[in-house]
Design a protein around this ligand. Structure first.
Ligand code: PGA
Length: 248
């Protein structure tokens, strides 16, 4: 059985003081939650977040990681820096990184290798844009993102994939549960074909894109959907908690 994983992606929101306040609000709500609960926060919030989540089930994640060990990479943060804080998860290849910061499948793969080498658990994001979807290119795009982004990976134990259709991110538009399930099913079959059925059976694949309290239960009921990557709704303790506690 794949353990569901609900992860918040705070993006560029919350100062350190605001982060502590949100975590303190969130903690009692998720004390008895069944899924794995992760918050991926801005780099500047990581230290205080690590302290604030102590004694709770909440796990800590970052929103990116550098592809090199160290060196002249102004503005980047290395895996060792994250490890020292106690970060467990790291988002890689989010569509906003691809869209605004030139992230490609090749750089996704380099960051992924670095995360794995340092025992960070990567949440690798894939997804098609509206234009690609309308041109019927979804499968082709996902195939390229997965085969190139996950190139040379042999151990999938710590990897999570997040399927996030770009047109559903921050727009209020959600893929229907059936649609999301079908596309994630396609990803699972691609993984099976490429890396074998054991990997495909155990790999956790999240849905992301305007997931909220009102649609979480329906999405999570789907066979192939093992969790959610939550943007906007992760910034309000009650909303995020209600997604985490989708089973009631
Ligand atoms: P959203 O963002 O929930 O605000 O659509 C999801 C994401 O970008 O990970």
């Amino acid at each position: 059985m794949r353990k569901p994983i609900i992860a918040g992606n705070w993006k560029m929101n919350k100062t350190a003081a605001e982060a502590v306040a949100l975590i303190n609000e969130l903690k009692p709500f998720v004390a008895k939650s069944k899924p794995e609960v992760v918050i991926c926060v801005p780099y500047t919030d990581l230290w205080v977040a690590k302290e604030a989540i102590k004694g709770s089930k909440i796990k800590l994640g970052a929103e990116n990681v550098a592809w090199a060990d160290s060196g002249a990479f102004t503005g980047e943060i290395s895996a060792a820096m994250l490890k020292e804080i106690g970060v467990e998860y790291v988002i890689i290849g989010h569509s906003e990184r691809r869209q605004y910061f030139g992230e490609t499948d090749a750089t996704v793969n380099m960051r992924l290798q670095q995360a794995l080498k340092n025992d960070l658990k990567p949440i690798v994001c894939v997804g098609e844009t509206l234009e690609e979807r309308e041109k019927n290119k979804t499968k082709k795009v996902l195939k390229k993102q997965i085969l190139e982004g996950l190139k040379d990976v042999s151990d999938f134990t710590n990897i999570v994939i997040a399927y996030e259709p770009v047109w559903a991110i921050g727009t209020g538009k959600t893929a229907t549960a059936e649609d999301a399930n079908k596309t994630i099913g396609f990803i699972r079959s691609l993984v099976k074909k490429t890396w074998g059925s054991e990997v495909a059976k155990s790999l956790r694949i999240q849905y992301g894109g305007s997931m909220k309290p009102s649609n979480a239960k329906e999405l999570m009921a789907m066979r192939h959907i093992d969790g959610g990557l939550i943007g906007g709704a992760a910034l309000k303790a009650e909303d995020f908690a209600s997604i985490v506690n989708y089973k009631g």
